[in-house]
Design a protein around this ligand. Sequence first.
Ligand SMILES: Nc1ncnc2c1ncn2[C@@H]1O[C@H](COP(=O)(O)OP(=O)(O)O)[C@@H](O)[C@H]1O
Ligand SMILES: [Mg+2]
Length: 382
Amino acid sequence: MGLFSSIKDKVVGTPKPLLTEAHIKSALSVVMDPDLHQDIVTLGFVRAVTINGSSVSLEVNLTTPACPVKEQLKSQVEDILKALPGVSDVTVTMTATTRAPQVSAAAATNPSLQHVKNIIAVASGKGGVGKSTTAVNLAFALAKAGSKVGLLDADVYGPSVPRMVRITKPAHDAGPNVIVPPESDGVKVLSAGMFSQPGEATILRGPMAGNVVKQFLTQVQWGELDYLIIDYPPGTGDIQLTISQTAPVTGAVIVTTPQEVSLIDVRKAISMFKTLKVPVLGVIETMSYFVCDGCDKKHEIFRSGGGERLAREYGVAFLGGIPLDPRVVIGGDEGTVQVQSLPDSPAAKAYSGAAGAVAQQLSILNSVDSGALNQFVLEWKH
Ligand SMILES: Nc1ncnc2c1ncn2[C@@H]1O[C@H](COP(=O)(O)OP(=O)(O)O)[C@@H](O)[C@H]1O
Ligand SMILES: [Mg+2]
């Protein structure tokens, strides 16, 4: 090396400051992840740095493909690299490895969920608030961002997910008492409604219903998933308890309408998760406002700001407000999901924004140092 560089010095004259990986990483150490409050180099996000003459390419590996600040981080990194002396070409590839909480004992002993990184409960105080529509759109928005997603309809008394999605790949058996869930455009979907004829009432008594949900969590090959979204039955009851006893639920999303906010039911749902030691990721307010044709004004039909107030009161994030959109109803009845069929509509954008916010809250939760997390897992088991 010494000999080579001294010969090289003689041939090319005084060498220019050499562009090295360390040089690049030090320049990028000013880029902060706004949620994790650390720089992207310390967080280990900067990978695969390749320097070829004046061309630099690297990868920024985030904690979720649905990261809401992905584009912002990408252009910040590009700008810094382009400003470095001796750099002319810059290629920044944004990738993601979804973070998971430290695997709890329950997941390790339950093969169905062994490779499921995050389980998200979508819950509400009462029915008819748009919970299932939210669960479905969150699932498809996360999948669209590049995540592996499953959707479990645990609302066994009023399953609505089969009506809302179009199955594109049928279920099949993977051995005795193990089924591979059907898929809807890459999202693995399972619902009690798939086991009865459409329109037929679901006649399930409490213990039976609990068993059905238990089977969904123990005898289904969910495979590798970044997110398993569970559409909970409304309110607080045995099924919710059964799910928490069977699956290590990572966090809960509370869905409410502006009218429901002040009601006792939604508060009960929040305190149920507190009792079950499931962190509440935040609140989504549905049917928040109406955007009419021809004007961009948000008409707040019901009292506004309730979801945000509720989130503040409980010290959790407000994950977004979803507008009232008649096309959501039509889509729900026809098996099309708004974030897929009308991605540019205000409702689809709001659902995608909320999905990003959910993923962001999970990344924050999962980045909690392992000491604190250990404590959480231990608490959860009791
Ligand atoms: N953002 C929305 N705009 C208009 N209608 C909606 C919206 N979200 C849900 N709905 C409609 O409200 C009804 C109840 O929604 P659903 O998701 O089934 O509620 P839940 O699961 O809470 O009972 C459905 O007819 C659905 O299409
Ligand atoms: Mg529902």
